[in-house]
Design a protein. Structure first.
Length: 134
């Protein structure tokens, strides 16, 4: 599925052995990261007992669900892991290189935005709590 300009998402569905993955229609700076993150969600759903009712498939601690997705994101930068998944070594190197570059670009861009608005990264949690009124 395509989300238009909305964020990506992974959803369990009623069809046995299927999972719906929605990705943005337009390419953005984090395309590879989105794909690998959602792949992590698909893998986590696949590890759940297959006989669970759909409602139960939606219930899992967010920390577990996001942890798996973030681990897969991180592994996408590792050439050896990509080769272990079946990619040819040269293709795995190219994918890993792209993912490492994308991560570096994203971190540099985030740092630039924070610098331009005068926010130190270590203050973000405090600032976000204040803005939420807590």
């Amino acid at each position: 599925m395509w989300t238009g300009d909305q964020p990506s998402a992974t959803l369990p569905v009623r069809i046995p052995d299927w999972t719906a993955v929605a990705l943005p229609t337009r390419p953005v700076a984090l395309c590879a990261q989105y794909v690998h993150h959602e792949l992590g969600h698909v893998m986590e759903l696949a590890w759940r007992p297959p006989d669970l009712p759909l409602a139960a498939r939606w219930q899992a601690p967010d920390t577990v669900v996001e942890w798996v997705a973030m681990v897969v994101e991180r592994l996408s930068r590792c050439d050896d892991w990509m080769t272990a998944l079946g990619l040819e070594p040269e293709c795995a190197r190219q994918v890993g290189e792209h993912c490492r570059y994308e991560d570096h670009y994203t971190r540099a861009f985030a740092a630039l935005v924070l610098h331009c608005v005068g926010i130190r990264p270590e203050c973000l949690e405090v600032n976000s709590r204040k803005s939420l009124g807590s």
